[in-house]
Design a protein around this ligand. Structure first.
Ligand SMILES: Nc1nc2c(ncn2[C@@H]2O[C@H](COP(=O)(O)OP(=O)(O)OP(=O)(O)O)[C@@H](O)[C@H]2O)c(=O)[nH]1
Ligand SMILES: [Mg+2]
Length: 376
């Protein structure tokens, strides 16, 4: 499945970067001795992919938002089917509201991935409907909406069939923000088609895929994996690998219910905070977060002091080594008007039902806190 682009440069099959031996700090590096010996029809991986695949170590390489945007703009000039993947657990952080602009006249299939993370009690039909409503609200009108779990290989066959019908003999571009599971999903498609496993490099670090990776389809067309768009509001960009691992759920989320009185506070580790300011007395706050993220309850009047003294100690993550890099918490106020989720971008959400409840949500400056209609 090796590939080269039009200039006959060799491309890393793992991340799509052009292979080069000049600069070890840039994408696609492979020592000259290895690169020279490389055979054009074998799958070649760059050094960064090698380290990611074998040691789960990531090397940061320079790529600007412009590189990504240029790549997306290219698509609007082509006739192609666009498959836009979003992370259903981090919908607001992973939805690209400008997708219709990038897609041009091309049809879009919207894929809600990572359904395995949501409670099993949640019906798929309801989730799908919720996703359609959110897309329409943002002015996006996908041709089809489908839910998948790329890690479990769920609904991958259905997605393949859908792609085959909708692409009408054209190329397929798989796009989305970083970390939504584009490459994992394409790996599952490759596995179903050819039995080859884990061809493309995937990881829990944002920014794994660096260039276009073309997968040949049955006709002369290709399915293209693309680098994810970086959303700077995603909390992942502020966390160390260890912290990121902790806050990223890998299993079905077990909702945690807190009965709070007015003027009580919940700390989500030391990364975010929710204050119940006022409302109709005691009520439930249901937390949908990584099972490993510890929640601390305290009185609102004690919250500031607790945070100042215990950040990086009792309130982790963040851990000590990252305290200086992580921005201070910023406060946002919300009034609940219908059953709603207070979303901490990339961390999860807390759902609240009672209209008239006033709360404050806090997250590191730069990370979004927002309110939306309840998903569950
Ligand atoms: N729980 C869960 N995790 C998933 C699923 N699909 C992907 N992941 C995980 O999400 C992380 C990112 O997956 P990738 O396939 O590398 O994501 P990507 O969209 O290609 O990311 P970039 O290349 O950075 O744009 C990895 O840790 C995957 O294991 C899924 O269906 N469920
Ligand atoms: Mg990828």
């Amino acid at each position: 499945m090796n590939q080269s682009n039009t200039d006959q440069e060799m491309i890393c099959i793992g991340c799509g970067a052009v292979l080069q031996s000049e600069d070890e700090t840039k994408a696609g590096f492979l020592p000259a001795s290895v690169l020279k010996k490389a055979n054009a029809d074998e799958d070649i991986y760059c050094k960064r992919c090698f380290r990611l695949r074998h040691y789960n170590e990531v090397q940061d390489v320079e790529l600007t938002d412009d590189d990504f945007l240029n790549m997306l703009h290219e698509i609007s000039d082509k006739n192609a089917l666009i498959v836009n993947i979003v992370d259903i657990f981090d919908f607001n952080g992973s939805f690209i509201s400008g997708i219709q602009r990038f897609a041009g006249q091309n049809p879009v299939i919207l894929v809600g991935n990572k359904v395995d993370l949501l409670p099993k009690s949640l019906k798929e039909g309801k989730m799908r409907q919720w996703l359609i409503e959110r897309a329409h609200e943002a002015g996006v009108h996908p041709k089809e909406v489908i839910l998948t779990s790329a890690v479990r290989g769920e609904s991958v066959k259905q997605l393949m069939d859908l792609i085959e019908t909708e692409r009408k003999g054209q190329d397929v571009y798989v796009v989305g923000t970083t970390n939504v599971g584009k490459s994992t999903l394409i790996n599952q498609i490759i596995k179903l088609a050819t039995d080859a496993e884990n061809v493309i490099t995937t990881s829990y670090f944002p920014g794994t895929t660096l260039g276009k990776i073309e997968i040949p389809l049955d006709d002369d067309r290709v399915m293209v994996d693309t680098p994810g768009i970086i959303q700077s509001s995603q909390i992942a960009h502020y966390l160390t690998p260890k912290e990121l691992k902790l806050v990223t759920p890998r299993k079905e989320i077990k909702p945690k219910v807190y009965q709070l009185n007015e003027e009580q506070t919940l700390f989500l580790g030391g990364l975010a905070r929710l204050d119940y300011l006022s409302g109709d007395g005691k009520q439930s706050f249901v937390c949908y977060l990584s099972n490993e993220l510890t929640i601390h309850r305290t009185k609102l009047e004690k919250a500031d002091v607790l945070y100042a003294n215990q950040r990086g100690q009792l309130l982790t993550p963040p851990f000590e080594e990252n305290l200086n890099n992580l921005p201070e918490l910023k406060r946002y106020e919300f009034l609940i008007k219908e059953p709603s989720d207070i979303v901490f971008s990339g961390l999860g959400w807390i759902s609240i039902e009672e209209p008239g409840t006033k709360i404050a949500g806090w997250a590191p400056k730069g990370v979004d806190v927002l309110i939306r209609k309840s998903l569950i």
